[in-house]
Each structure stands twice: as structure tokens, then as C-alpha cells.
Write a protein that binds this ligand. Structure first.
Ligand SMILES: NC(=O)C1=CN([C@@H]2O[C@H](COP(=O)(O)OP(=O)(O)OC[C@H]3O[C@@H](n4cnc5c(N)ncnc54)[C@H](O)[C@@H]3O)[C@@H](O)[C@H]2O)C=CC1
Ligand SMILES: O=C([O-])CC(=O)C(=O)O
Length: 311
């Protein structure tokens, strides 16, 4: 199995490192546009192999897509990260062009690959990759929900002083401040979270989760990479090992949740064919209305992308 990671920056290199370290595939190809960057990071990861005892080959190339040919999965992380004071949507103009040209080259060399988009604004960059690739919606998906639920689970684990391993959670919607964490679908060792934490504390955690990316941007001056790289690697692993993981993933909705033609995070079954099933949860009125608010926001940004593409 072969995986390409486009963008050898913070998120891309972290993802490649985890894929190698865990021997998820035989070969990881890192691609970047910056001369020598991907080659250097791939070599560094390969030199770690004798220490950490793995044999996944890591190869780096500068914009040479012939080396990515016949990849099973391609992760697209190329693009600008935001700086303090910016929203993810502020990245659209630059990143739309990058994701479009990268997707064209990826598909030309790996027509059967499953594409995982990471670049921001996530839901709309997934839209960009999907329309550019012309692949089925089940094969062009975005990474956000695994990261957002991980933040939510980590905050809960801290507040409850329990292991993050025992916290299960689901979350819907766009990868932005309108995301919809679902306390009704959150459990701690099988126990509904609402039995273990009072409503005010839970609400504070939900609000912190929604701006979890921004919290890190403020601290570091650029956006996060350890958890995002790991979340993307988990999606790759689910696909190449055909694990049928049930995780939130961004995909084009075609009538699910009463929503059509919008790219949003929803629970899916993730396996060798990409998204093998979209799971429709029974939502109450408030959850449904929050999801519609999130949809409206993503649709607005999708319209901005349409204008950029029609210029
Ligand atoms: N979906 C999510 O949950 C998350 C998304 N992100 C997004 O991921 C993207 C990458 O973030 P970082 O790795 O921190 O940024 P970074 O700046 O460290 O890395 C980006 C890399 O992309 C490369 N690049 C730019 N244009 C390219 C092209 N045409 N072809 C190949 N490579 C190209 C750059 O040279 C750079 O090395 C950003 O858009 C960021 O907002 C980051 C974290 C989480
Ligand atoms: O916040 C950002 O810009 C990067 C990102 O999407 C995240 O870490 O959730």
C-alpha cells in the first residue's frame, strides 16, 4: 500500500511520520512545492526508522507527481495555515488555487486514490477537491471531525479526571465555530456524560471545543499539527486496513439530514472504499437547528468558492 501526503509542512510531515512509525503502509511519499523540504523531512523520518524500529519507506519529492503514481490514499495538507486574528475562511482565496492544482495532479497520477483533504477552510476545500477530481463523493472526504471530537474528548477527560481512552463522542457540522458537538451522543465508559458532569461545565467544554483551533493559533502564532496529523493518519489507517471505523468525516451530503449539496461533517463508516455508509442520527430540534446554522455558514463559503472558480 502506498500513501501520498501533499504538503510537507507541520501537519503533512506529522501525518507522514505517524503513518511510518505505525507501519500503516509500505511507502509514504511526501510532496511539497518548496525545494528540498519534502526530501529533507522524508529523509529525517527514514533516519528515525532504526531507532523506532519500523520499515515503512519514506520518500520526498519537490512537485514531482510521477513519484506519487498509483497511491491508494492521498492526503492533501498543502496550503496556508491561519495566523492569530484570522478565521479559517480568510484562507480561501490562496488555498482554493493550491487545492485545485494539487488535486488535478494527484488524480492524473493516481486515478483510483481516495483523497483526504486537510487544508482549510476544510469543508469548502473538500468541495474544491471533489469537483476538481470528479471522483465519487465517497472517495473525496475531509478531516475535521476526528480532530474536533478529540479536542472535546480531551477536555472532558481533563474535567472528569478520567482516561481519554474511555470517552466516546460524536459531532456534526462544519469545521468552524458553528460545529455541533453532541452531548446526547457522548459517553464515558458507556455512561452518558450528562450523568457525570453538570450542564454549565459541559457547556463550557462545548464552547471551548468550537474554538479549539483558534485557542492553539493564539498560543503558537500558527495552527496545530500534532492532533491534526494524527487524525488524518487515523483516517488513512481506517481505509488501508479496511477497519470500518465509525468516525465523523466531512462529505458532500445528498439528502441526509434533510441537507442537499453541502459538505459537512457527519458520522460515517470508513473502510477500503472510503465512506461506505453515512449514518443518520436521530436529532432533536435544537441539534437539527444547530446543524442547519452550520450548513448555512458552509453554504455561504461554498458560494465564495464558486465565485473564485468562475473568475
Ligand atoms: N482540517 C483540519 O482540521 C486542519 C487543517 N489545517 C490546515 O492544513 C493546512 C496546512 O497546515 P500546516 O501544515 O500547519 O501549514 P504549513 O505551512 O506548515 O505547511 C503547508 C505546506 O504546504 C506547502 N505547499 C504550499 N503550496 C503547495 C503546493 N501547491 N503543492 C505542494 N505543497 C504546497 C508549503 O510549502 C508548506 O510546506 C492549512 O491550510 C491549515 O489551515 C491545519 C490543522 C487542522
Ligand atoms: O485552527 C486552524 O486554523 C487549524 C484547524 O483547522 C484546527 O486546528 O482545527
Amino acid at each position: 500500500m502506498k500513501v501520498t501526503v501533499v504538503g510537507a509542512g507541520n501537519v503533512g510531515a506529522t501525518c507522514a511520520d505517524i503513518l511510518a512509525y505505525r507501519e500503516v503502509v509500505n511507502e509514504v511519499v511526501l510532496v511539497d512545492i518548496k525545494e528540498g523540504m519534502a526530501e529533507g523531512k522524508a529523509l529525517d523520518i527514514w533516519q528515525k526508522a532504526p531507532i523506532d524500529m519500523y520499515d515503512t519507506r519514506t520518500v520526498g519529492v519537490t512537485a514531482d507527481y510521477s513519484r506519487t503514481a498509483n497511491s491508494d490514499v492521498v492526503v492533501i495538507t498543502s496550503g496556508l495555515p491561519r495566523k492569530p486574528g484570522m478565521s479559517r475562511d480568510d484562507l480561501i482565496e490562496t488555498n482554493a488555487g493550491i487545492v485545485k492544482s494539487v488535486t488535478e495532479q494527484v488524480v492524473a497520477h493516481s486515478p483510483n486514490a481516495i483523497i483526504i483533504v486537510v487544508s482549510n477552510p476544510l469543508d469548502v476545500m473538500t468541495y474544491q477537491a471533489h469537483i476538481t477530481s470528479k471522483l465519487p463523493r465517497t472517495k473525496v472526504i475531509g478531516m475535521a471531525g476526528i480532530l474536533d471530537t478529540a479536542r472535546y474528548r480531551a477536555f472532558l477527560a481533563e474535567a472528569l479526571n478520567v482516561s481519554p481512552k474511555d470517552i466516546q463522542a460524536m459531532l456534526l457540522g462544519g469545521h468552524g465555530d458553528t460545529m455541533v458537538p453532541l452531548p446526547r451522543y457522548t459517553t464515558v465508559g458507556g455512561i452518558p456524560v450528562t450523568e457525570l458532569i453538570d450542564a454549565d461545565k459541559l457547556n463550557a467544554i462545548i464552547e471551548r471545543t468550537k474554538v479549539g483551533g483558534g485557542e492553539l493559533v493564539k498560543l503558537m502564532g500558527t495552527s496545530a499539527w500534532y492532533a491534526p496529523g494524527s487524525a488524518a493518519a487515523q483516517m488513512v489507517e481506517a481505509i488501508v486496513r479496511d477497519q470500518k471505523r465509525v468516525v465523523p468525516v466531512c462529505i458532500k451530503l445528498e439528502g441526509e439530514y434533510g441537507i442537499d449539496n453541502c459538505y459537512l461533517g457527519v458520522p460515517v463508516v470508513l473502510g477500503k472504499n472510503g465512506v461506505e455508509k453515512v449514518i443518520e442520527l436521530q436529532l432533536d430540534e435544537k441539534e437539527m437547528s444547530d446543524l442547519r446554522t452550520s450548513r448555512d455558514h458552509v453554504m455561504e463559503v461554498m458560494n465564495v468558492l464558486d465565485k473564485i472558480n468562475n473568475k
